[in-house]
Design a protein around this ligand. Structure first.
Ligand code: C2O
Ligand code: CU
Ligand code: CU
Length: 531
């Protein structure tokens, strides 16, 4: 059991609050279970090697309470036995899982013990603009900021992270992110697997470039700004080569893509099917059977996986990252060219009966008819990177591949020498300007937002709202883009039905932006008020 994060968390944060220490002990207690197999010769166990997965501590935020969320330096071992300095909340890499119940109101006080200014945004939580954190001026080292979180939305797996413009990619890379769970009676009554850390597992997925000492390296070059940082090492809850022990029955995985740039195309090595039960904003109307799940940065998904058939290995395909137009029409292969192991699962004996998956989950409001949507206010957003063409003599794809590997992990001499001008992110031709309001929206209304991505796919995210994807390139949305969303990977174009239920003024507007964090930092962001 990787105990450092648990030990630190005890000493840590959140005075006056019960700190549930996740479910780590489940691992120590469980015994290895031999998988049923007809073969006589020993079956190689793909999950035999690896570091036991650990879970962040859970902090229950009770109605009327105030808790401190302390952004501070910490030590963390991505590679077992190699602790390195990182940052996070409450003394851990990333931070605790903040758990709130629908109908409660709590205050969270951000305490900055870092040597850099910071703020915090509640990604997917519907709160007023002044508490959303997206445009909160960074808090100086030693300073504090308080958010009043009145929670009124369905159960969902959300997250929080630093949101200082121009620094978000680096800060999230360094560890300033954590999970935020909303719970409600509806989801609790469905009989879904709900034993935290046993059959209900939070999995925060990130890619990192770890050096031999286990230190994650992030070098911001023009090419990284342009395409986003990618690393060859997958970490889950901050652990590389992780192995999770799971009971041999139905298990709920709460997935968060907290990578800065990489889209994960997830599947099990044995191609076992699984059921998607929730997306960003909560449960789907009904489960959807899949064997592949695509998740862009910022997105969450909850799946149910049956481990009655034994061990499994979750993989991700290489990330196809493509620029389509004109001089940028080149394929930048990912840092890996074959599927990468994300997490291995080892099945352990468990006597409890498996959960029965309900056929229906929750009631979602029906989507409006085409005639009804035609009545709504329409806005169009075109996302582009500019000033980011390759050097006149564009390197061959092979060189880019090599540089993708070496340049990013070793810094100068690689991608940084490409002589690209610093890229600028734009939406509708404008780069983000603090203080400028790009859109003004009426509180209580719904609108159709059309997102257009002419040069490459971008994960579009908006603060303070939830939306439904009405169509992608004119077709029905993909399975993982159904349900209630706040972030969506837009390949070419998508039409979103957005409802504005929380106010935001010009002082602390909401923002919409690309959640490829380097693009966000490069200005692919706009601000909107809701009144
Ligand atoms: Cu994950 Cu602007 O947010
Ligand atoms: Cu957000
Ligand atoms: Cu983007």
């Amino acid at each position: 059991m990787a105990s450092p994060r648990l030990r630190v968390s005890r000493r840590a944060l959140l005075a006056g609050l019960a700190v549930g220490l996740g479910a780590g002990p489940a691992f120590a207690a469980s015994k290895r279970h031999k998988t049923k197999s007809a073969a006589k010769e020993p079956v190689p166990d793909p999950a035999a090697d690896g570091t036991p997965l650990a879970f962040p501590p859970v902090v229950d935020l009770k109605d009327g309470e105030t808790c401190d969320l302390v952004a501070a330096p910490a030590d963390h071992a991505f590679l077992a036995g190699h602790p390195v300095p990182v940052v996070g909340y409450g003394g851990t890499y990333m931070g605790p899982v903040l758990r709130v119940r629908r109908g409660t109101r709590t205050r969270v006080r951000l305490v900055n013990r870092l040597d850099r200014p910071t703020n915090v945004h509640w990604h997917g939580l519907l709160v007023e603009g002044r508490f959303d954190g997206g445009t909160t001026p960074p808090v100086a080292p030693g300073g504090t900021w308080e958010a009043d979180l009145a929670v009124d939305q369905p159960a969902a797996t959300l997250w929080y992270h630093a949101h200082v413009h121009g620094r978000t990619a680096q800060d999230v890379h360094d560890g300033l992110a954590g999970l935020l769970l909303v719970e409600d009676d509806v989801s609790a009554g469905l009989g879904l697997p709900a034993t935290w850390g046993v059959d209900d597992l939070p999995l925060v997925l990130q890619d990192r470039a770890l050096d031999a000492g286990g230190r994650p390296t992030y070098v911001e070059t023009a090419a990284v700004m342009n395409h986003g940082f990618r690393g060859p090492d997958m970490v889950v809850n901050g652990i590389a080569h992780a192995v999770a022990e799971v009971p041999g029955r139905l298990v709920r995985l709460r997935l968060l893509n907290a990578a800065g740039a990489r889209t994960f195309r997830l599947f099990f090595e044995d191609r076992r099917p699984f059921r998607l039960i929730a997306t960003d904003g909560g449960l789907l109307a009904e489960p959807s059977e899949l064997s592949v799940l695509v998740m862009a940065p910022g997105e969450r998904a909850e799946i149910l996986v049956d481990f009655a058939e034994g061990a499994g290995v979750l993989l991700t395909a290489p990330d196809e990252h493509e620029h389509r137009d004109g001089p940028k029409a080149m394929l930048l292969p990912d840092v890996v060219d074959r599927p990468t192991r994300v997490l291995a699962f080892r099945t352990v004996r468990d006597e409890r009966p498996t959960a029965v998956l309900p056929a229906r989950l929750v009631d979602l409001p029906p989507l409006p008819t085409a005639a009804a949507t035609a009545e709504l206010r329409q806005r169009r957003f075109e996302l582009r990177m500019t000033g980011a063409s390759p050097a006149p003599t564009a390197p061959a794809a092979h060189d880019l591949h090599v540089m993708g590997h070496a340049g990013m992990t070793r810094g100068p001499g690689g991608v940084g020498e490409l002589a690209e001008p610093p890229p600028i992110g734009t939406i509708n031709g404008r780069t983000f300007a603090s203080g400028r309001i790009d859109e003004t929206v009426r509180l209580g209304t719904s609108e159709i937002w059309e997102i257009v991505c002419p040069d490459m796919a971008h994960p579009f995210h908006a603060h303070g709202v939830h939306f439904r994807v009405l169509s992608e390139d004119g077709d029905l949305p993909k399975a993982w883009n159904r349900g209630v969303k706040d972030t969506v990977r837009v390949e070419n174009s998508a039409r979103l039905l957005i409802t504005f239920t929380r106010p935001a003024d010009a002082e602390r507007p909401f923002v919409y932006h690309c959640h490829l964090l380097e693009h966000e930092d490069a200005g692919m962001m706009g601000a909107f008020t809701v009144a």
